[in-house]
Design a protein around this ligand. Sequence first.
Ligand SMILES: NC(=O)c1ccc[n+]([C@@H]2O[C@H](COP(=O)([O-])OP(=O)(O)OC[C@H]3O[C@@H](n4cnc5c(N)ncnc54)[C@H](OP(=O)(O)O)[C@@H]3O)[C@@H](O)[C@H]2O)c1
Length: 230
Amino acid sequence: MTNNITALVTGANRGLGRRLAAELVARGAKVYAAARRPETIDLPGVVPIQLDITDPESVRRAAEIAGDVTVLVNNAGISTRANLLTGPIEDIRAEMDTHYFGTLAVTRAFVPVIERNGGGAILNVLSVLSWAHPPTSGAYAAAKAASWAMTDALRTELAPRGIHVAALHVGYMDTDMVSYIPADQKSDPAAVAEQAISGLLAGDAEILADDLSRRVKAQLSTANKAATTA
Ligand SMILES: NC(=O)c1ccc[n+]([C@@H]2O[C@H](COP(=O)([O-])OP(=O)(O)OC[C@H]3O[C@@H](n4cnc5c(N)ncnc54)[C@H](OP(=O)(O)O)[C@@H]3O)[C@@H](O)[C@H]2O)c1
């Protein structure tokens, strides 16, 4: 199935995005590897493309150039580690502009493309912090929670239009974003990418890529049950 896929992965020059692009290439897909600076793309077998997800003109141009896309992977993200009360307000806005408005802008640009090509799928890279909200990453967690809600709403809206929408939730991965975390607390982004693409192609709505995400998600159901039976 993957060798009929044309995918675009945002933030594909490093970290998880690079692994997601590699996983898709390994499965025979045509892959647009999108990056703010396409000259930093070093993955063999991909088509580099310029894309800053917070720049409307860049998003418009990418959707025009990559007109054969059937699978969109919204991976690009930032982590300012801004606290909501004392962190710089520009950082708090940047988290929302990137994870929420940026992801939404790319999705809005590519939905007509995917529809025109007969349908397909969208994978949004979220986080365990869509569900757990420590104040030390308040801005990031709020933006990922907003993206989780967006993902659910879009799944319902796009299913009848032939576009499957999936979410990837995961804790720490060994990428630049969390270089300050000890290695033994991080999962391998290549293994996460393999799970994510397998889940997406199997039609899963949510891919929970590590024990922490599975545990936190399970605790959410317990909390909901307690609330509804109280
Ligand atoms: N690492 C973790 O522990 C972890 C855990 C859960 C979820 N995640 C999520 O996983 C995704 C990938 O993160 P990562 O760990 O691979 O981090 P990373 O190594 O810091 O990579 C982030 C990527 O996003 C790109 N990016 C940031 N802002 C962008 C923009 N406005 N337009 C286009 N690209 C942009 C970066 O491009 P530049 O090279 O130009 O900066 C880079 O390619 C993110 O959504 C992140 O929130 C990460």
